[in-house]
Design a protein around this ligand. Structure first.
Ligand code: AMP
Ligand code: ZN
Length: 113
């Protein structure tokens, strides 16, 4: 499949890896929007939240368990952080492979733009 994040998860395109397990790959965003900006993705190609099926529940659960571990490892769990996923055009999703942005180490505004 010609997908940037599938290739990153497979190690075919280099990335700055932060975490990996059976289901999940995480790496630093190439254009960080905060001092900590990690992208957490499933190894399986899923386009977005709108494309998740019942059978993907284990993968999605493991993504959030990975996010918790990554937040502790990077020291953002105490002060707080944000998890964001963009879905489709109105949200500005630019890479059509499900990804969760983990943003931290600065105060984050709400609501987002
Ligand atoms: P989104 O706009 O929600 O689809 O987020 C896509 C994110 O992927 C953006 O924050 C980009 O900076 C990031 N990105 C794109 N290409 C790469 C890459 N090769 N390595 C790391 N991050 C990337
Ligand atoms: Zn993909």
């Amino acid at each position: 499949m010609d997908c940037l994040f599938c290739k990153i998860a497979a190690g075919e395109i280099p990335s700055d890896k932060v975490y990996e397990d059976e289901y999940v790959y995480a790496f630093n965003d190439i254009e960080p929007a905060a001092p900590v900006h990690v992208l957490v993705i499933p190894k399986k190609h899923l386009q977005s939240v709108s494309h998740i099926e019942d059978a993907d529940a284990e993968i999605i659960g493991n993504i959030f368990l990975a996010i918790k571990k990554i937040a502790a490892k990077l020291g953002i769990d105490k002060d707080g952080y944000r998890v964001v996923t963009n879905i489709g055009e109105n949200a500005g999703q630019t890479v059509p492979h499900l990804h969760f942005h983990v943003l931290g180490k600065r105060s984050l505004q709400w609501p987002p733009g």
